[in-house]
Write a protein that binds this ligand. Structure first.
Ligand code: GLU
Length: 312
């Protein structure tokens, strides 16, 4: 029995550093949408990328979100515990081994925010002999093949709260990355598989996240459909951008909650988030919950300016 209950929303950060203003704003939006619609709200730690994730970072992220006043329904789920579920899902999908180099795979796949090129299908239709040959070549280099989805469609349509019907391409996404034979963990699970399996398991039928992930929704919805899971309603929200017009990043200055708290209070930071959503003079997330109107949210990216006046 799952400890989780539909209907639910979630916030699913990757624990590879402190959350910045843009992450916090998206988390607040995910919480607002879930709570305003009477949903459960789960925090999921997306730590499948074992090299970039840390337990300390996850803990700090949780503390930061709680400091803002967001509450989650228990339990917090960690993707590093979910290998069996991903393996089970993999066994139910039409897949094939891919022997392309790490570089090819990186370009073609699966980091959440890197818009991948479409995989050209290099390994899709190899004969068994060709596969045996490529596999042994890889083994000689100490590597294992990656696993890809054999997609049977070229595109898929999702429903997005702000975009309406959104149709995008679906390619043979990576489901499991190739690993090194000498490592105990033979390759990391890929984001696209983990996110779909976990949303299904947690009863998540409302996915709120930054609109830089809109392009990945069609492939994820297709995967959910293949696995017999409910396809969520997507709510892709505008990003916060830094002074150069790119997605806000650490290099843009004092952008994490802890950095911001050096010069202001938690209420000030919540006010700043509320202001970015169009609400002036609101300093608690509970107040925001009462006032937030999804239809009024600006569809434009929010421009982060480093020197916000004190306490507005
Ligand atoms: N873990 C992903 C990230 O940090 C978000 C995944 C999602 O919301 O679908 O950007």
């Amino acid at each position: 029995m799952s400890a989780f209950q539909a209907p639910a929303g979630r916030y699913a950060p990757s624990p590879s550093g402190d959350l910045h203003f843009g992450n916090l704003r998206t988390a607040v939006l995910a919480w607002l949408f879930a709570r305003q619609t009477g949903r459960n709200f789960y925090l999921r730690v997306e730590d499948i990328d074992s090299e970039r994730s840390s337990a300390e970072s996850a803990q700090r992220q949780i503390e930061d979100l709680q400091m803002l006043g967001l509450d989650f329904d228990p339990p917090v789920m960690y993707q590093h515990d979910r290998g069996d579920a991903y393996a089970d899902a993999l066994s139910r999908l039409d897949t094939y081994e891919c022997y392309c180099t790490r570089r090819d795979i990186r370009e073609a796949a699966s980091a959440p925010h890197a818009q991948p090129g479409m995989y050209p299908g290099t390994c899709r239709d190899l004969s068994e002999e060709q596969r045996a040959f490529r596999r042994s070549e890889l083994h000689a280099e100490g590597r294992l093949p990656a696993i890809r989805l054999r997609a049977h469609v070229k595109e898929w349509t999702v429903r997005d709260f702000y975009q309406g019907e959104y149709t995008g391409p679906v390619d043979d996404v990576i489901l499991k990355r190739g690993g090194r034979i000498d490592q105990a963990q033979a390759g990391d699970w890929a984001y696209n598989l983990a996110v779909v399996v976990d949303d299904g398991y947690q009863g998540v039928d409302q996915v709120v996240r930054g609109d830089d992930l809109l392009f990945s929704a069609p492939a994820q919805a297709y995967l959910a459909d293949r696995l017999g899971l409910t396809v969520p309603v997507y709510i892709h929200v505008p990003l916060v951008v830094g002074p150069e017009g790119r997605r806000l990043a650490k290099r843009d200055g004092a952008v994490t909650l802890r950095e911001m708290l050096a010069g202001k209070s938690v209420e000030d930071v919540v006010s700043q988030i509320a202001e970015s959503l169009g609400y002036v003079g609101v300093s608690s997330v509970q107040e925001l919950l009462e006032e937030f109107d999804p239809a009024q949210l600006s569809r434009e990216p929010w421009l982060w300016t480093p020197q916000q006046p004190e306490g507005f």
